[in-house]
Design a protein around this ligand. Structure first.
Ligand SMILES: [Fe+2]
Length: 389
């Protein structure tokens, strides 16, 4: 019998609720900040969200400078530019406002200001960060990445356009300000893709070999919330209750996978976001997830059966038959939220499968996947995803 020993800790202070963005000034002061760099993208600036933050900061007499050059799949060179500005302007705290790209860039900028040796590429890997970064306040405007809670900053190496990851407990944001109102202007396609990222986090975390009772409880609640709210959030973006529930689901999944890591879908999503393929992260996950579940089923039938039921399927027949319904539930959700159903339709080429699988085999997520997998297995999953219905 599996024992119940576990360690669980979320060092990030989480403030959740409609309108809680107004708390940001107070929190920066509590962290000792007097001048912040706001790291974001031009879309967030034009949506007016940064204006709200600027008003709150001005009311608290906190100085700020804005760095709005973050692009999707942000480059190491972008982060270096942001860090140079933060140093030049004498910033002592960092706000990352946006999706995963902005929050991940904010983390890397905060780290780079206090870790000046070499280039940012010297910090790629786990626990290479030596000095404590500037305090990071993360403000998600999408409901998917959970970067507001995690130790990772995922960037793109500008030399070869591969995805790279800096992982350190020191990169965990001090404060996450999770205001569902900020997610309500997200367009349907971004809502759909980021929502599938959150679902993939929850499902992969739930079935890992290192899941604990606490991570399983968080992940299962996240799966239920996504199954009941993602369609509504895509269909009617102003449904604030659906937005609240999706942001909560993303957070719960983040709390879970912070402790468990993920699985094959995330191992494949890294190369599917690299080179000239560059699929958005949530879409890459959505395209492979049903076929990853099919492959993984024999490794954890019980958990996949529980996932099927959490997604609204009726249990029945054998355990395997109930577990298989999780594949059906995920495919139906992907169809209902209007995402493409296979790799072929988004232009991924079969001739890239070998290098995608090769790169994915380097992922630390494979160590906790419920079924041992080899490179040939990953290629079979990619083949199934290519023709998927
Ligand atoms: Fe993800």
């Amino acid at each position: 019998m599996k024992n119940l020993n576990f360690i669980f800790s979320i060092p990030t202070l989480i403030i959740f609720g409609c309108g809680c963005i107004k708390e940001i000034g107070k929190k920066i002061k509590e962290l000792g900040g007097s001048k912040v760099i706001i790291v974001t993208d031009k879309g967030i600036v034009s949506s007016g969200l940064v204006e709200d933050v600027k008003t709150v900061l001005s009311n608290e007499c906190i100085g700020f400078t804005i760095f709005d050059e973050v692009e999707p799949n942000p480059l190491d060179t972008t982060v270096e530019r942001g860090a140079d500005i933060a140093i030049r302007e004498g910033c002592d705290a960092v706000i990352g406002i946006g999706g995963g790209s902005s929050m991940d860039s904010a983390k890397a900028i905060a780290m780079r200001v206090t870790n000046r040796e070499g280039t940012i590429l010297d910090y790629v890997g786990i626990n290479k960060v030596k000095n404590i970064p500037l305090p990071i306040i993360a403000v998600p405007t999408t409901s998917g990445t959970a970067s507001e809670l995690t130790i990772f900053s995922v960037l793109t190496d500008s030399r070869d356009m591969t995805k790279i990851s800096i992982g350190s407990d020191l990169l965990t944001p001090k404060v996450a300000i999770c205001d569902p109102v900020l997610t309500s202007s997200m367009p349907p396609s971004v809502t759909a893709m980021t929502g599938m990222d959150a679902l993939t986090h929850a499902i992969e975390s739930y079935v890992t070999t290192v899941a604990t009772p606490v991570t399983k409880a968080l992940a299962l609640e996240s799966i239920k919330l996504i199954a009941n709210n993602l369609r509504k959030a895509v269909a009617r973006g102003e449904d604030i209750q659906a937005r609240e529930n999706m942001l909560l689901a993303s957070l719960l999944a983040g709390m879970s996978f912070r402790h468990t890591r993920l699985g094959i879908a995330h191992a494949l999503a890294m190369p599917l976001g690299s080179w000239d393929i560059r699929l958005p992260h949530g879409l890459a996950n959505a395209l492979v997830l049903p076929y990853v579940i099919e492959f993984n089923l024999p490794g954890n039938l019980e958990s996949y059966a529980e996932i099927a039921v959490a997604m609204g399927e009726l249990p029945g027949g054998t355990l395997r038959e109930t577990a298989l319904k999780s594949v059906k539930a995920v495919k139906e959700l992907i169809r209902d939220i209007g995402l493409p159903k296979n790799l072929k339709s988004v232009g991924v080429r079969r001739e890239d499968f070998d290098r995608i699988a090769e790169e994915a085999m380097k992922s630390g997520n494979l160590a906790v996947n419920p079924r041992v997998c080899k490179k040939e297995d990953l290629i079979s999953i990619l083949e199934a995803s290519y023709e998927g219905e």
